[in-house]
Design a binder for this molecule. Structure first.
Ligand code: PLP
Length: 447
């Protein structure tokens, strides 16, 4: 066993060391070689060391180097060294974070992380926190609590009776709502097309003057960090109006919520702490390994009511039974990595991480503008949208940047314009990486 674990650690270490010099996207040849393991399953067992060697030799070269500092696609984030190391140790633990009795350590690490997170983000200290797979499930979890609360007020037990014949709920979203929130609504039986969409401004922010009438049977979904522009809905203006009307306010802050941890950007999220539920990803800007998301609910009783399940054999002993806060029963002990990330960063480390990435995003924008390219968004956070000319030209530059391999940036359509997206969200991105990638992008764009 020792030899195997050391071999795995050594191969992982070599992989990480190689990130600096390798291209970001795998070569077509490396992807082609994946076919070598696409074989019928053999009959006899294989030695674990041989399995590991095969996996590393064939699959490692076909990975995308998103753990390195030159990946700017989607909003991916990296893995902080302490979080990755904790993930390796937790793999050995193989804990089931279903119940405290199944893993006192998992339950305690979640509870400690819950308290640290609420304090760090300035959210109400009594909030319930669910450790889920990502923002999609965090949105689902927060919205399930909302559905419970709104229908309970009207004397309807939605967990028991479902939505058949239930009093109607109106869901209000901004026109630039993230598709994952719509997916969560569809899973909850609230319907992705039944929503009322509020017009947005040129940055994708919900327009407060265009809000419909809200009531005690409304779920209002705000966004903290648009996936393209990084813009925030104006919570400070909207949430008091919604609360006055008795509406439930849910915030999708998949990456933007982390602005709350950074004094120089927290103004963007002003007022957000008044929300009833919030969703974020830890695998994005907290830089813990996949998969890791967080659902916050101000009044935990609604979350527990929406998520609880009980059976005689499920022994409940503790203050925190992890399964009371999430859709799953058995699951990975995700709090381990969150605890390790927070413990290693501290408050100032997290603020520095967010601040540094925002600064790097501004540097990208500045150099693009100086080179004569149009930056389509106000770079308020870590997202940059740049156009290299007409749509075909911009798409061609994106294709060639990806092919070049120095960095990886994706494309998008933003309010009718084609753009390259740059999302800076990793601790591993150094200022030198930014300059190296700028040089490569401008070289490709001019070529
Ligand atoms: C605003 C927003 N919400 C939700 C999500 C979905 O996150 P996940 O893929 O982690 O479920 C994303 C992903 O980028 C996002 O940007």
């Amino acid at each position: 066993m020792d030899e195997l674990i050391f071999e795995a650690a050594s191969r992982a270490s070599d992989y990480l060391a190689g990130l600096e010099s390798r291209r970001v996207a795998p070569t077509p040849e490396a992807v082609e070689r994946l076919k070598l393991i696409d074989i019928p399953l053999q009959d006899a067992p294989l030695k674990p060391l041989d399995v590991l060697r095969e996996l590393d030799e064939i699959a490692s070269p076909a990975t995308v180097a998103s753990a390195g500092g030159r990946y700017f696609g989607f909003v991916i984030g990296g893995s902080l060294p302490a979080a990755l190391a904790a993930n390796l140790l937790a793999g050995a633990w193989d804990q089931n974070a279903v119940l405290q009795v199944a893993s006192p350590a998992a339950s305690a690490l979640e509870e400690i992380s819950r308290k640290w997170l609420l304090s760090l983000l300035g959210l109400p200290g009594g909030s319930g926190v669910g450790f889920v797979t990502g923002a999609t499930m965090a949105n689902f979890t927060g919205l399930a609590a909302a559905r419970h609360a709104l229908l309970e007020r009207q004397g309807w037990d939605v967990e028991a009776r479902g939505l058949f014949g239930a009093p109607p709920i109106t869901v209000v979203v901004g026109d630039e709502v993230h598709v994952s929130l719509l997916k969560a609504l569809s899973l909850l039986g609230l319907g992705r097309e039944r929503v009322v969409r509020v017009p947005v401004d040129g940055q994708g922010r919900m327009r407060p003057d265009a809000l419909p009438n809200l009531s005690a049977s409304t779920i209002l979904c705000l966004q903290a960090g648009n996936v393209n522009t990084g813009a925030f809905d104006p919570s400070a203006e909207i949430i008091p109006v919604a609360r006055q009307a008795g509406a439930w306010v849910h915030v999708d802050g998949a990456f933007g919520l982390w602005a709350l941890a950074c004094p120089s950007c927290s103004k963007l999220a002003e007022g957000i702490e008044q929300a009833d539920s919030l969703a974020t990803d830890a695998h994005k800007w907290l830089n813990v390994p996949y998969d890791n998301g967080l659902a916050f609910v101000r009044e935990p009783m609604h979350l527990r009511a929406a998520m609880s399940a009980s059976a005689a054999y499920l022994i409940e002993v503790g203050q925190r039974e992890p399964n009371h806060y999430v859709p799953e029963m058995s699951r990975r002990a995700r709090g381990v990595e969150i605890w390790a990330a927070l413990r290693s960063l501290g408050r100032s480390g997290l603020a520095d991480l967010v601040e540094r990435n925002c600064h790097q995003a501004r540097r990208f924008a500045e150099v693009f503008r100086l080179a004569g390219y149009e930056v389509l968004n106000q770079v308020v956070l870590n997202q940059v949208l740049v156009s290299f000319g007409d749509p075909a030209r911009t798409r061609e530059v994106i294709r060639r940047v990806q092919e070049d391999g120095t960095c990886w940036c994706g494309g998008t359509e933003w309010q009718g314009r084609t753009a390259m997206r740059i999302s800076v969200s990793s601790w591993a991105t150094s200022d030198a990486d930014v300059e190296r990638c700028l040089e490569a992008i401008l070289r490709v764009a001019k070529g």
